[in-house]
Write a protein that binds this ligand. Structure first.
Ligand code: ACO
Length: 435
């Protein structure tokens, strides 16, 4: 499948000094239009300046549509609400990567292939042994992912569809094993091998929480809740980590290397790391007597660097549809697991206060996907530093789909932004004695 191209629908005029230039305007399926500035520099000597790329489309894409004003999120045209209710994570992964919902036979074949690759090479155990016990699981996951390319050099063949297919299956199969082992390493328990009789999310729970000395039965409700979280995380168009995967991949680095870079980007607290930061904040509020208003006031104070993690989004300026689904699921999981819901109660109060506060209303700061996801992960039993690993497992099909679309597109070039230089003008070298 090659990338659908946007249709040229008009022209925009840019006047500069005494010159004017016509720039093509292209329009996507849902009516969003963009000025194509591909020839701007050649024709005028100008580049565009857009720190943080808030107003820059880096590609055309047929994978995910989101409308931040209306709170819409669709994978390949299917509303997230329908997928969350009726689909499974591996089916969604298939949809994102191959573009269509699979038939029963296609889905069975996909599950079968993914399941066959869940083991990691035995030599990789030594990698886990050599990391410090307190290593952050995201660091271990990123390192483990890129090191897969040492075992599977066929991943270098990024234009060979057979090699790409096996790499995709290996990645989806092995990421949960790497994630679970990074956790086992941290708590000093033996690594648990995958059980291929279990479903994808159930297997992750098994590798995380079972020990060889005891029977472990996966709670199906919990596995379902985890599957739901993975679906909600599966893609989000050109976010920081997906753009990183595309950028690294645009140099023709292999898929393991590109995904590892995406994992590192996701780690940051302004991106996927926010779910960990949310729980830290909620715990702080509880330990501080539950004074929600105090933390809302701190978040509003321009002289205080404190921000309410889990609030605000670069794109959603109305509500994050994933947050609505997750909030309802958090309620169900907390009931099913009987987990202490003091943090949930504080989270709900915090949301209530913030949603009615002028500062948050004015800036359109709403709870995002990470506001409630951490509460579910916590209720399931994941430690805080594993939350973002789970997010990475969920986001993997999206990253793969973005990488595949980029590699298959005729429009792709190596990603290489320009800059406006503001440093010193040319000057003479001064010898060290004279400085
Ligand atoms: N708490 C308090 N104030 C906030 C928050 C927040 N969580 N988020 C934004 N603001 C304020 C900013 O200070 C700024 O105020 P100002 O106009 O008075 O200067 C205004 O709202 C706009 O914020 P920006 O940072 O310019 O918005 P941007 O789109 O660049 O950032 C981001 C979006 C990074 C998500 C931001 O809202 C944030 O830091 N949120 C907390 C971290 C978080 O939850 N990240 C997860 C995002 S979802 C995901 O990646 C999976």
């Amino acid at each position: 499948m090659t990338t659908a191209e946007a249709t040229r629908t008009g022209e925009a005029k840019l006047a500069h000094d005494d010159d004017a230039v016509d720039l093509p305007v292209v329009t996507g399926t849902e009516g969003e239009s963009a000025v194509d500035i591909g020839h701007l520099r050649a024709e005028t000597g100008l580049i565009t300046l857009d720190p943080g790329y808030g107003n820059t489309g880096s590609c055309t894409s047929a994978i995910t549509f989101l409308d931040g004003e209306q709170g819409i999120l669709r994978y390949r045209g299917y509303p997230i609400e329908q997928l969350a209710e009726r689909s499974t994570f591996l089916e969604v992964a298939y949809l994102l990567i191959y573009g269509e919902l699979p038939t029963r036979a296609e889905l069975d074949g996909f599950i079968d292939e993914v399941t066959r690759h869940t083991l990691i090479r035995e030599e990789m155990r030594h990698f886990f042994d050599s990391f410090p016990t307190d290593a952050h699981p995201m660091a271990v996951l990123a390192a483990g992912t890129v090191s897969l390319s040492t075992f599977y050099p066929d991943a270098q063949q990024i234009f060979d569809p057979v090699a790409v297919e096996i790499t995709i299956k290996r990645l989806i199969a092995k990421l949960p094993t790497l994630a679970a082992w990074s956790f086992k390493k941290a708590i000093g328990q033996p690594y648990v091998y995958p059980n291929n009789d279990l479903g994808y999310s159930a297997n992750l729970l098994h590798m995380m929480f079972s020990v060889p000395s005891e029977e472990y039965e996966v709670n199906e409700d919990v596995a379902k809740a985890l599957d739901l979280l993975l679906i909600l995380h599966a893609d989000h168009e050109q976010n920081c980590s997906a753009s990183t995967v595309r950028m690294v991949g645009s140099s023709h680095a292999n898929l393991y290397a590109s995904i590892s870079a995406g994992i590192s980007a996701l780690w940051g607290p302004l991106h996927g790391g926010a779910n960990e930061a949310v729980i830290n904040t909620l715990e702080r509020i509880v330990a501080d007597g539950g004074n929600v208003q105090k933390y809302v006031d701190r978040a509003k104070d321009p002289d205080d660097s404190f921000r309410l993690a889990g609030f605000g989004h670069r794109v959603y300026k109305n509500f994050d549809p994933r947050a609505r689904i997750i909030k309802a699921a958090a309620d169900r999981v907390l009931r099913a697991t009987g987990a202490d819901d003091q943090l949930f109660e504080v989270a709900q109060r915090l949301e209530e206060v913030a949603l009615h506060d002028e500062y948050f209303v004015e800036r359109k700061l709403y709870p995002n996907v990470d506001f409630y996801s951490g509460l579910i992960y916590r209720a399931i039993g994941f430690p805080k530093n594993m939350f973002t690993n789970c997010f990475a497992i969920g986001r993997l099909p999206g990253w793969i789909a973005q990488w595949k679309e980029m590699i298959e597109s005729r429009e792709t070039k190596i990603a290489r932004p320009r800059q406006v230089y503001v440093g010193a003008a040319e000057r003479e070298y001064v010898s060290i004695e004279q400085r």
